[in-house]
Ligand binder design. Structure first.
Ligand SMILES: Cc1cc2nc3c(=O)[nH]c(=O)nc-3n(C[C@H](O)[C@H](O)[C@H](O)COP(=O)(O)OP(=O)(O)OC[C@H]3O[C@@H](n4cnc5c(N)ncnc54)[C@H](O)[C@@H]3O)c2cc1C
Length: 436
């Protein structure tokens, strides 16, 4: 059977790989000039910049790990310790490990009472049921009781643990206030925290999508080919891109949610259309600062997380990339990534963001000469905002699809490569079943 996949991010590439394994011919259309979507790489001045995603998360990413092993690439992935420090308002530093929640309990600002409260909340979470797959929107929906993460954290962990544990982690990972997020995803991650390990493919996270399409023997990839519209045809569907029409028995639509809504507009009801169109995304900005010669070759940690009780913070994390992804820098060089929180971006110009990023890098790691370049990545739509009610709202859309059309994308869960890969593989399986 002939299938078409629209969108070549990790979701679409995982779908193309799975459909190809099932024996279907696949034509994948990607609007950009390379696959990878929000994980793709950008080469500049001998550096390999991550336009978005930075790392995979080990056992917390089971389908990504399984498919990498199946393709023979599990041994290529390079582990990264993610040594971190919290940077308090008075510039005190508290070393932690980004992958070990327990390490946060050693920081001196938490009192014994705070630590006991956190330990008790952790124990209660472990004892109660939660989503076994934090990237399956349908499972997450079953545990969504409408509570937001800030309310839950302040009540169950206390003020200081909220400020020094929950906020720094979530600011870096999701860039929005915890009050905008629902609880089932972080709860499921806490339950599986022991499985968390950070790693990066040698070519950067974008390489995961490249590996999928290389291993998809029956797939043909058309880059720089945005799909303009989809029509029903006698065979199934006709897809129009770059002035040509292509027929297929079935489709996987693996674009961002609002693009899927537009492409499928004539074939889905108004309710499904508005659920997809209104799926909320963050504004997002990060700055890559390149140094041909590292000003801080011996700095002991790779991630600095600004903290401090109360107030808003413009920046979620400042990251040294040379140990995270050695292939991202020329020999002896360093690349600093400065990751901004969403709310302040509404009032910041591109120049404000770049200036503040440079100041933050120097405050975090020490004085430095002028960098080789300062590159701003700024997106209207960065990451899904999975607030209370998000998962069930999006999950319901699967049922509203016309025959032999399946949706894939990270927006069904809480963003992340695993969310995308899981949804891409599942969409391919659903389409395969529908075509038999
Ligand atoms: C700054 C940042 C940091 C991140 N860090 C991490 C991280 O460290 N770890 C992690 O796991 N995740 C991270 N993520 C999230 C991760 O990048 C996303 O979850 C993932 O890329 C989603 O994959 P997707 O395939 O669903 O969507 P996308 O990656 O958005 O792919 C969708 C694709 O569809 C294409 N497309 C759109 N319209 C059309 C059309 N009409 N025709 C053809 N193609 C079209 C787009 O060009 C795009 O390539 C990060 C994201 C950002 C923005």
């Amino acid at each position: 059977m002939k299938t078409i996949v629209i969108g070549g991010g990790p979701a679409g590439c995982a779908a193309a790989y799975t459909l190809s394994k099932q024996g279907h011919d696949v034509l994948l259309f990607e609007a950009s000039d390379q696959v990878g979507g929000r994980t793709k790489q950008l080469r500049r001045d001998g550096f390999n910049l991550a336009t978005g995603a930075l790392f995979l998360m080990g056992g917390i990413y089971p389908r990504t790990s399984a498919l990498l092993a199946e393709m023979g690439h599990d041994r290529d992935i390079v582990p990264w310790g993610g040594a971190s420090e919290l940077q308090d308002k008075d510039d005190s530093r508290y070393p932690v490990s980004f992958v070990s929640l327990l390490s946060y309990l050693r920081i001196p600002v938490l009192s014994l009472g705070d630590k006991l409260k956190v330990a008790m909340a952790g124990l209660r979470l472990h004892l109660r049921p939660g989503a076994s797959n934090p990237f399956d929107g349908a499972e997450l929906a079953a545990f969504d009781k409408g509570e937001d993460l800030e309310t839950w954290s302040r009540k169950n962990l206390g003020e200081r643990a909220y400020e020094y544990i929950v906020r720094p982690i979530m600011d870096f990972l999701y860039a929005v206030p915890a009050s905008w997020l629902s609880t089932p995803f972080p709860h499921a991650i806490i339950q599986q925290a022991h499985k968390m390990k950070l790693s990066v493919p040698p070519g950067g996270v974008g390489q995961v999508s490249e590996w999928f399409v290389q291993a998809a023997k029956r797939a043909e990839v058309r880059l720089s080919t945005p799909v303009e519209r989809v029509e029903r045809s006698s065979q199934g569907y006709r897809v129009f891109a770059n002035g040509e029409a292509h027929d297929a028995d079935g489709l996987v639509v693996a674009t961002e949610a609002f693009v899927a809504a537009k492409l499928l507009e004539p074939y889905i009801d108004a309710d499904a259309r508005s659920r997809l169109t209104e799926a909320p995304y963050t504004d997002y900005a990060h700055v890559a600062i390149g140094y041909a010669k590292s000003p801080w070759p011996n700095y002991p940690t790779d991630i600095v997380l600004p903290v401090g009780v109360g107030g808003t913070r413009n920046i979620g994390a400042i990251v040294l990339h040379s140990r995270r992804h050695p292939g991202s820098v020329p020999k002896g060089g360093e690349l600093v990534g400065v990751y901004f929180n969403t709310p302040p971006l509404a009032h910041m110009s591109d120049e404000d963001i770049k200036r503040e990023a440079l100041e933050a890098a120097i405050k975090a790691f020490g004085a430095a000469p002028d960098p080789t370049f300062v590159h701003l990545f700024r997106y209207d739509r960065g990451l899904t905002i999975a607030g209370p009610g998000h998962y069930s709202k999006l999950d319901a859309v699967h049922k509203a699809m016309p025959p032999r059309v399946c949706l894939a994308g990270d927006y069904f869960s809480q963003a992340g490569v695993e969310a995308a890969v899981f949804s891409g593989e599942r969409a391919a399986q659903m389409l395969d079943r529908a075509m038999h």
